[in-house]
Design a protein around this ligand. Structure first.
Ligand SMILES: [Zn+2]
Length: 393
């Protein structure tokens, strides 16, 4: 969620105090501290008396009821062991203190309502108004927290001038600035991991991109469809970034750990400028056996638009595992007119067909038929987990 400008202001300060943080960060849930001065959340001044105790946690549940996102968030953090375990795993990236602040913004004006966002001090703000009125499904509250939690682990530095475009907002189908797209994509990946049902709409949006434009005159459309996105357009979209990482995670039993470990390594203090291609290059260096998988996940999600030179930068010494034979074969499958009719489904169909080639049909007793998918040009054929859990819309 937009929080870029505020984040920029605070990120240097956060770096200064980072060394004072304990080795293992805590995740806290607190209520309504929008009016507390920011410095009281620095480690030196940390006030713990706003932390929810079991008693006022019960009061919170009583006050909101299961149809409200606040209830869902509180319950997830206090009672949902799987969710807590997931949060702790992700928190291992930075080991910082994360405070989730539920803000009762009823009395605030429309302009001051608290849109969900995170800042560089590891604080996540979620306003009550976000869930009021039924516009946002309380069942999505965990995925929302997972998304914002992703921001608290990230050190990417957004561009200083309008990182999200003229209106300051961002949408899953919007082409925004590269750093903002990477930050939001990383956070979307976090949401997808927790709740794969979030993925279907992302698949659709990643194949129906639009760009914000300055309206020529008041009332003109502020967005135009981008019919034929280029490689950079794809990289500048949060759904695309999230899906590339998610497809790598799904395709390999260790994918999640590997993505997390590579993210952690690249997001050191100097990693503010590492975006998706840099992250993937680092992935290939760390896990060269996954080189073809990484390139394939990128290619299917970005419509095979990456110039070969860009793929070579990512693949380095392992370019031969993917170029040219595997790429050519996957692209031919991608361009198959039968698949072209359903753009949002193409990426997984092609990736799945490659990772799980249809077993050859025996033509005669004792012989194995050739010619099915998975010929010798497939390169190393690792055994991967299924991709089918990421169904389309
Ligand atoms: Zn966000």
């Amino acid at each position: 969620m937009p929080g870029g400008v505020r984040m920029v202001r605070l990120v240097l300060l956060a770096m200064l105090v980072a060394s004072a943080s304990p080795a293992f960060g805590a995740i806290k849930l607190v209520l309504d501290q929008e009016n507390v001065p920011w410095w009281q959340d620095l480690p030196f001044f940390h006030r713990d008396n706003r932390t929810l105790t079991p008693d006022n946690y019960k009061r919170l549940l009583g006050a909101y009821g299961p149809d409200h996102g606040f209830y869902q968030i509180a319950q997830a953090l206090f009672e949902d062991k799987a969710f807590s375990a997931y949060m702790q795993r992700q928190n291992g990236i930075r080991n910082n203190n994360v405070t989730i602040i539920l803000v009762d913004d009823d009395k605030k004006s429309e302009k001051q309502k608290v849109w969900p966002h995170a800042d560089a001090l590891g604080r996540i703000f979620i306003g009550k108004s976000y869930f009021d009125g039924g516009g946002n499904d309380p069942a999505g509250a965990r995925a929302l927290v997972a998304h914002e939690f992703g921001h608290t682990q990230d050190r990417t530095f957004p561009s200083l001038w309008k990182p999200y475009g003229p209106d300051g907002s961002h949408f899953g189908d919007e082409i925004i600035k590269p750093h903002a797209a990477f930050m939001e994509g990383w956070s979307q990946y976090n949401a997808f991991m927790w709740d794969p049902s979030e993925v279907s709409s992302a698949k659709w949006m990643a194949t129906n991109l639009r760009r914000e434009v300055k309206p020529a005159k008041k009332g003109d459309p502020a967005y135009v469809d981008v019919k034929d996105p280029d490689y950079q357009d794809y990289l500048d979209n949060e759904s695309v970034v999230g899906l590339v990482l998610f497809r790598i995670k799904l395709a390999h039993p260790d994918g999640e750990d590997r993505v997390r470990s590579v993210f952690k390594q690249t997001k050191n203090l100097l990693g503010f400028n590492t975006l998706l291609p840099g992250l993937l290059a680092h992935y290939v260096k760390s896990y060269p056996q996954d080189a073809a998988l990484v390139a394939a996940a990128l290619d299917v999600t970005t419509g095979f638009k990456a110039p070969e030179s860009e793929l070579r930068k990512i693949l380095g010494a392992h370019a031969g595992d993917y170029l040219p034979a595997v790429r050519d074969r996957l692209k031919a499958a991608f361009d198959d007119p039968k698949l072209a009719r359903i753009p949002w489904a193409r990426p997984d169909k092609v990736l799945d067909g490659w990772l799980h080639p249809t077993p050859p049909v025996p033509q005669a007793a004792g012989s194995i038929a050739g010619g099915a998918r998975g010929e010798s040009d497939a390169g190393p054929q690792p055994t991967f987990n299924g991709l089918s859990q990421a169904d389309g819309p």
